[in-house]
Design a protein around this ligand. Sequence first.
Ligand code: CAO
Length: 438
Amino acid sequence: MSIKEIFVPDIGSFKDVEIIEILVKIGDTLAADGSIMTVESDKAAMDIPAPFAGKVTELKIKVGDKVSAGSPMLMLDTSGEAAASSGAPVVKSFTPAATPVVANVPPPSHPAPEVPAHIPPKHRPDPVAAHAEFAGGKPAHASPSVRRFARELGADLSRIKGRGPRGRILKEDVQDWIKSELAKPTGEAIGLGFPAAPVIDFAKFGEIDTQPLSRIKKLSGANLHRNWVSAPHVTQFDEADITDLEDFRKSMLDEAAKRGVKLTLLAFLMKAVVNALRNYPSFNASLAADGENLVLKKYFHIGFACDTPDGLVVPVIRDVNKKDVMDIARELAELSELARERKLKVDAMQGGCFTLSSLGGIGGTAFTPIINCPEVAILGLSRADWKPVWNKASKAFEPRLMLPLSLSYDHRVIDGADGARFTSHLRLMLSDVRRLLL
Ligand code: CAO
């Protein structure tokens, strides 16, 4: 065993400074340069490092003591075994130097605190990093080891309330802050400052059954929430007369069935949407990540929301412009089946330009679909219904099959007028599908 007494090294102008935190206890194994304690003058705090690796056998200090260079700190067993167990090399001859000094008192306009001359440049404080921890002119009060700890975890000291003496931020304060941040709703992460949802014990009010959310629900839930709060949504409602389209579709059902295809309304909607996207290119676009540019796409990959037992997925049909209605209907059925059997590959859900969300098979008159960002618009379809529509020419009401359209768009990219133009264009296409050939 080789026991050495360890003294406070040369700490420059720091004299009779108070020990505010002891970072080791008897039995701890220290690496060379590992922090032993934090001292604080009226201007700054400083960690005092160990000159050697070793095991602490005795402490000669306590919080509140005043120390200067040469004051005894602790006894260290620097024998090979003890030092080796720290995993750090044993330093034979070492001139100790204190770790970074960080201001904890002056406001940002004041000069940086004096740094002891002997501290090597690489150990000197980075003035930018130090000032980054000032919030509203009020400095964060924390020891270098706590600052280092906070930096490693990405914690913002200026937002943490210290519970140590004189409001000093302790390691536990940083840990508690990280925990509370992680527990907050995701809106907080993008700076919306939502208050945390109250935690309610529902069992107090009656019988309950708690079930885990499916993986898809958890993933899509987070994305839907982000899209809803990050893109300013506007929903344009409209109705398209699909009486003739439905007649045509029905007349084609047998022929389609012979080709093994279930010819659905959605396949026609895909074609009509591509036609509208060609006419209104800003709908076939995404905002560039820098928010400075609009990326206009020359391809037409259309996604469709598919309801599966595990939750919502959005398969994408590629190059809809190059496919006929039969091919699209076939692909719609194949992708829906894969989705419901959980066999959809990830790339079959990527690259979409625009999404269709059809609730027509279920019911409803209108809804506000959430944009599948980074796309900028989504078209919701509700149940088509027979309605009396005024015919100007015959001056009479006629029964017409009307399809409700709900177009949500990102108002950062698309203006209200274009939203209305887009649904008007769709109405025109759907009321006379021969136009899709033009
Ligand atoms: N109006 C009236 N009837 C409609 C209709 C509409 N808008 N859309 C479909 N139908 C009819 C179909 O013609 C079909 O009738 P038959 O069985 O008599 O032929 C029936 O409703 C069922 O259609 P479907 O829903 O199975 O087929 P689809 O091609 O229309 O839709 C799919 C496929 C995958 C979009 C659908 O099954 C689905 O999952 N929809 C849910 C999407 C969803 O959850 N969206 C909400 C997302 S939140 O934004």
